[in-house]
Ligand binder design. Structure first.
Ligand SMILES: Cc1cc2nc3c(=O)[nH]c(=O)nc-3n(C[C@H](O)[C@H](O)[C@H](O)COP(=O)(O)OP(=O)(O)OC[C@H]3O[C@@H](n4cnc5c(N)ncnc54)[C@H](O)[C@@H]3O)c2cc1C
Ligand code: SF4
Length: 333
């Protein structure tokens, strides 16, 4: 690991100022559960870390009222265990507690989870010229395309990058139309969580829409009745901690056995947390059956494109959506 300096401010303005003073190679750090890894691997080499862990109030969780509000520095474990989240929004709680391990969730924050970088093996383990990677070194090429691509995306990929967006929590947030609040040198702004992520296109190294020095201060989720009939269904190599091969966040509003409204987002299969509008359209107004749910799952993957080893993700993803829809529908109010 390269040497770096470190500060631990206690307010958002002080953190923004410390970041600006340190210049281009500054990074915020929260739980450190992914950034320290990337530093040890030589993938990221910050010169200065601004620790947001001591900022007063950044870990605040507020679930009363019409909007749920989670401070960017709130530990994943605390948000998952919040009684309102656990009881009324299973999709949010499950996305958190099916991510990583309990020890990691105790350290990791809901803001840091939004900004974790891909687990593409070539990205993480190719530093020092071992493997080309356009995300790590713009313009160097992509070792995953035509390589070991079992874990790669089948939706949203480009000829420059097929890396999967790894987080579970952002998928659930995108399904529930959550927003992110940020504060930076140019002031504060709020925008949909979905807009935090860029498709890789020709510039896969540009992953997020945050401006330099912006801190994620909070994540907000509109309170919705669909929260209760919801689930985060995650298929992975093993039940202990592992990233998703395919996942679906589903929240439903039902009128008897008819779907009044469906919200569906996908993880593990796309380059960004993927809202599956085509699947939602198949379900809206329909009588719910397993066949209809599978039709929705297939619609979600109608435009999917596989590489050498990941074609299995297309039927797996469709079945994952179908299962998630039936699990969500089976939840009692
Ligand atoms: C073994 C292992 C298994 C895992 N499995 C899963 C899994 O199954 N699903 C899953 O979703 N995740 C998984 N993770 C990833 C884990 O969830 C993330 O490491 C964690 O959520 C990151 O949060 P953090 O607070 O530690 O972030 P950090 O490592 O501190 O930071 C991550 C990034 O976010 C930035 N950042 C952090 N906080 C802020 C802020 N408030 N404002 C602006 N920028 C900020 C940092 O600059 C950095 O770029 C796993 C990790 C490990 C090590
Ligand atoms: S898929 Fe993306 S992250 Fe992986 S090697 Fe190719 S460019 Fe790099």
């Amino acid at each position: 690991m390269e040497p770096f300096t470190y500060t631990r401010p206690t307010s958002v303005p002080a953190a923004i100022a410390a970041f600006a003073e340190a210049g281009e190679r500054a990074r915020y750090i929260a739980g450190g559960t992914t950034l320290y890894d990337l530093m040890k691997l030589g993938v990221d080499t910050p010169a200065h870390l601004v620790d947001v862990g001591a900022i007063a109030g950044l870990d605040r969780i507020d679930t009363a009222g019409d909007t749920l509000r989670f401070g960017g520095g709130a530990p994943m474990a605390d948000v998952a265990a919040d009684p309102v989240v656990a009881g009324e929004y299973p999709v949010l709680a499950e996305a958190l507690w099916k991510a990583a391990s309990q020890q990691l969730r105790n350290m990791a924050t809901v803001g840091g989870n939004l900004l974790q970088r891909t687990r593409c093996l070539y990205f993480r383990h190719g530093a020092g010229g071992l493997y080309p990677c356009n995300k790590r070194e713009p313009g160097s090429g992509c070792a995953a395309i035509g390589g070991l691509d079992r874990g790669q995306a089948v939706l949203g990929q480009s000829d420059a990058c097929t890396a999967v967006s790894p987080g579970d929590w952002p998928v659930a947030l995108v399904a529930l139309d959550a927003s992110v609040e940020v504060e930076g040198p140019e002031g504060a702004r709020t925008f949909p969580v979905a807009d935090l992520y860029r498709l890789p296109g020709e510039t896969p190294h540009l992953e997020f829409t945050l401006r330099p020095g912006e801190i994620v201060t909070a994540i907000t989720v509109p309170a919705t009745a669909a929260g209760r009939r919801s689930t985060y269904h995650k298929v992975r190599e093993r039940e202990s901690y592992a990233f998703a091969l395919a996942s679906a966040a589903v929240a439903l509003e039902m009128d008897g056995n008819t779907v009044a409204e469906a919200r569906i987002a996908l993880g593990g299969v796309a380059t960004v947390p993927w809202r599956a509008r085509a699947a939602e359209a198949v379900l809206a107004g329909a009588t719910l059956t397993r066949d209809r749910a599978l039709e929705a799952g297939r619609a979600a993957f109608a435009d999917a494109r596989s590489g050498r080893h990941n074609a299995f993700k297309i039927p797996l993803g469709a079945e994952t959506v179908a299962d998630a829809v039936m699990i969500a529908a089976g939840r009692t109010l």
